[in-house]
Design a protein around this ligand. Sequence first.
Ligand SMILES: Cc1cc2nc3c(=O)[nH]c(=O)nc-3n(C[C@H](O)[C@H](O)[C@H](O)COP(=O)(O)O)c2cc1C
Length: 280
Amino acid sequence: MSESWAFYRSSRNWIRIITACQSREYAIRISITVEEVITVSKKIFAYAGVNNPERSYTVRCIQKSIELLRERMDIELNLYTNQELPIQNCQGCLRCFFYGECVLDSQDGFHKIKQEMQNSDFIILGSPVYLHNVSGYMKTFIDRLSYWSHIFALRNKNGLVIATADCSGTYEVNEYLNKALTCFGCSVVGKIELKSCYGINEELYRICAAKIYTGLIKDAKSNEVLEERFHATKQLMIYRENRKVDDEMGSELRYWKETGMLYAGSFSEVLEKGGWKNVC
Ligand SMILES: Cc1cc2nc3c(=O)[nH]c(=O)nc-3n(C[C@H](O)[C@H](O)[C@H](O)COP(=O)(O)O)c2cc1C
């Protein structure tokens, strides 16, 4: 009699399954026991580009949606705004592109935030509309992560974008937030537009919660834009490889080699082999 066990991941839990297999000539008996159920909490990282969280529609939408979601699964929400995370503007030194690190990170603690994002199951970016664009807080947040667009640091994650306005500009803001997350390798499963002139109600929170739920139970998938970004960036890495110069841009190429991304034929393949090391 041989016995083995495996973990099976359902939408909410990890379940340990023990299989016992008995083979006697032509008769094979397999018994399966569900031994224990381990509840796993899903981690959600959210950044809202606002300065007044206590009266922000963006923040309220994120919090209310997560409250609804908690009726179905355990969620750990790490939500930041400019109040908890006052980060400095990018100085344009390009060090992050050259060496994979930012000189400001240790000064304002942004390195911890980056780690938290990478350790999360789902990413939410929400911004108020400021003259048909993202808020300055959100722009600074995205600028500080720009080099992630060369290494797809958020690959294998799903995400959601939220734009909040009085009446206009939400489409433009969501397009930009979607583009930023996609450039970081994240698969965006939904775009939520909140317009206070049309009323912000429970129904919107339900839609938002449903999108997040889908993104939590489904694996991240590639799409046309992710493939296009992947092939363009891979071409850049091959160009650097062929130059055989281990110059200051070498850290990105090393990353592509160490993670195995350089040898993948498509971004889908990168996602399928999700076990590749994420060494950001
Ligand atoms: C500087 C500034 C620019 C704004 N520009 C627009 C705009 O172009 N269109 C719009 O509908 N609302 C605009 N608003 C209103 C905000 O988008 C709206 O108040 C939104 O609810 C803010 O998000 P929050 O409640 O999460 O802070 C602007 C507000 C500010 C402060």
